[in-house]
Design a protein around this ligand. Structure first.
Ligand code: SF4
Length: 219
């Protein structure tokens, strides 16, 4: 390249601008954001964390699941949805043919564990939102699943509880959004009778799978 530039100059031409380097790929960008998140002190939640919990799954997935925030197991491991609720979540997704590592990108509204698993405050959710916003920008999901009322408030800014809007397709920046019960709630409500939270979640998962197939999404 240097020889070429010398040749241009010696012939009296203006040397062309060197080409800018290509932008970093999606995984590199997400990793860089996760590194910032790991040492973030923007809100008070950082004081009680062992690890910030950024994401799990496939950044190329077409389905993004967003939960509330890390619990004890997630804080210890640095991975979202790994406790009992996470195991139930895996089963729920497997029941409609989704593989957690291949078909989903999983994250939370807040990346640090709230003390005693309390609900994150609106201020904490707002402080943490830029991380989620960047994840959404880079992953570009075509279906977003919101697990529980906090995820609904955090993303849709909709104050209705999950019991009011679960099972009803919503839109966020043009993307299909399905609110479902949080798996921790399903652990506390074990009935599988028609109309029970587990039964309703099964209907919601079937609707998500149908939409996934209608949009011809594959990973
Ligand atoms: Fe930063 Fe989010 Fe953790 Fe608050 S919850 S300290 S904004 S990473």
């Amino acid at each position: 390249m240097a020889e070429q530039l010398n040749l241009f100059s010696s012939l009296g031409f203006e040397a062309p601008e060197p080409e800018p380097p290509p932008p970093p790929d999606k995984e590199t960008q997400l990793k860089a954001i996760a590194e910032v998140c790991a040492v973030c002190t923007i809100c008070e939640l950082h004081t009680g964390r062992t690890h910030s919990v950024f994401s799990d799954g496939n950044p190329d997935a077409k389905v993004m699941l967003i939960g509330e925030g890390p619990g004890r197991h997630e804080d210890e491991s640095g991975v979202p949805f790994v406790g009992r609720a996470g195991q139930l979540l895996n089963k729920i997704f497997e029941s409609v043919g989704f593989n957690r590592q291949k078909d989903l990108y999983i994250c939370n509204i807040v990346k640090c564990r709230p003390p005693n698993n309390r609900t994150p405050t609106p201020k904490e959710m707002e402080a943490c939102f830029p991380y989620l916003d960047q994840q959404l920008e880079l992953v570009k999901p075509e279906i977003i699943i919101l697990a529980g009322s906090t995820a609904i408030k955090g993303l849709l800014k909709d104050q209705r509880s999950v019991t009011k809007i679960r099972g009803q397709w919503q839109k966020w920046r043009g993307i299909d959004v399905m609110p479902i019960f949080h798996p921790a709630y399903l652990l506390r409500n074990d009935s599988r009778e028609v109309g029970s939270p587990k039964w309703l979640t099964w209907q919601d998962m079937k609707a998500i799978r149908e939409r996934y197939e209608a949009l011809q999404l594959t990973t």
